[in-house]
Design a protein. Sequence first.
Length: 275
Amino acid sequence: MPTFKLTIEYDGGRYSGWQTQSNTGKTIQGYLISVAKQLFHEADVGGAGRTDAGVHAAAQVAHLRIRKAANPRELARQMNDLLPHDIHVLDVQAAPEGFHARHDAQSRIYMYQISRRRTAFGKAFVWWIKDSLNVQSMVAASRFIPGMHDFASFSDQRGTAESTDVLVEAVDVGESGDLILIRVSASHFLWKMVRKLIAALVEVGRGNISPERFGEMINSPDQPFRPTAPPSGLFLEAVTYPGDKFERPLLPLIPVQTPPFATTAARKWDKQKKR
């Protein structure tokens, strides 16, 4: 059966997440399957990461299995002609028949964007936080995350049979203009895990949790952390497979910059609103 590796970008704002399930609304996977079946009658589509409702992807990876040969470049064009405006197939490659987007993946890499200012154009792709955040404290706290930990306290996956142990490979916290960027790379993620970690790091930045206390929370799986960052700022940035190298600098996926023509008075007003 011909198998293809798809790389897809999407704005998740209108969707109930990646995965097609009963009793859910529109999903990314659902649209891809529908389009593939229009083209080939029979098709199977599976993704590397089950992004939640409202979460975006810069480079989701999926496998597509169909029953007849197809030219990858033409396949991408045909799918994009039928897909909604906010789902786009970036690339199609022929893959071995046994390729599985989720099972074969080595790492998932997520990026979260926090905006320091109210934005008219980037609201759907950031979490605007009015409070002043101490980024150095957030950096210090983030150093407790990498490694193998039981992340049950940072997930809504409690009470299931699935393991809550996750190997986090790296966490990077940086700044770009009006944005604070947080990248988390791991073998896999629990439900809402990234968004809860982001919410906790924001509390560190606000001064409500010390970096040391955050470190204790990472190793306290029986003490659930309730707040969850909104999905708007979260992107599945990349998925890697054996032999891949991810070397993208820590830069915004959707830039939110203060315009060069902004007046001093406008900047002062914006700061006052954050207080």
